[in-house]
Unconditional design. Sequence first.
Length: 279
Amino acid sequence: MTARSEGRGQVVTRFAPSPTGRLHLGHAASAIRAHDFARARGGRFVLRIEDIDGTRSRLEHVAAILEDLRWLGLEWDELVVQSDRLATYAAGLERLKAMALVYPCVCTRAEIAASASAPQGEMAPAYPGTCRLHPPVLDVPHCWRLDMAKALEVTGPLTWHDASAGTVVADPLPQGDVVLARKDAPSSYHLAVTLDDAAQGVTDVVRGVDLFEATHVHRVLQALLGLPVPAYRHHPLVVDADGRRLAKRDGAPTLEARRLAGEDGAGLAERLRSSLPSS
């Protein structure tokens, strides 16, 4: 399949924050890019709350996200909440199980880290495939991983299109057998976002370049599940004075703090628009 935005129907973009903390300028810039791309083409802008991480997601963060985006002057045409779509993710996982392309994994993060520190080949995957090689007894919590090599045997060579990089050959093998359903959640980011983009008719995925590598995995899932392929627009990240990307975990200044301090949101949005580097 080719990129859906190339002369095929209405443009649809999305902004998909996780309610695990407050938004910062990096989020604002990404939301503005996605919003403006759709609006300039008479298209639709979807807001998706990615709250499948039940241990970290908070309702108060959802409320703040909505208020921050309104404060910036952004409006959305549809609001989607991932926790309302758990049955869809479960069904997608069952399809992959039926194709014998996923396997259960009981390995802990500590065990995986210890294995990764051992001498391995230069192109060793992030996960060494321990549970694929030695199927576990499922009497403890387990996740489900995609057998990436086997999946690529099914799909054959794949490509996707990025606005800056052009045609990209999908190469997900360096990421190893990625998790599709977590021990503590019915889906992972990879599976949920791929199914959601298809269900919501997203034609153009506008997101930060930090997610460029994830697109290799998403392209494989699209092929396996028979889903449309959006066009991708991975944009540069907003960085601080030291050139580091803004991050919630590093305490980046929040939009909420600016809003409560009385700053003009529409004015901030316009300043961001004028300063954003091209994609």
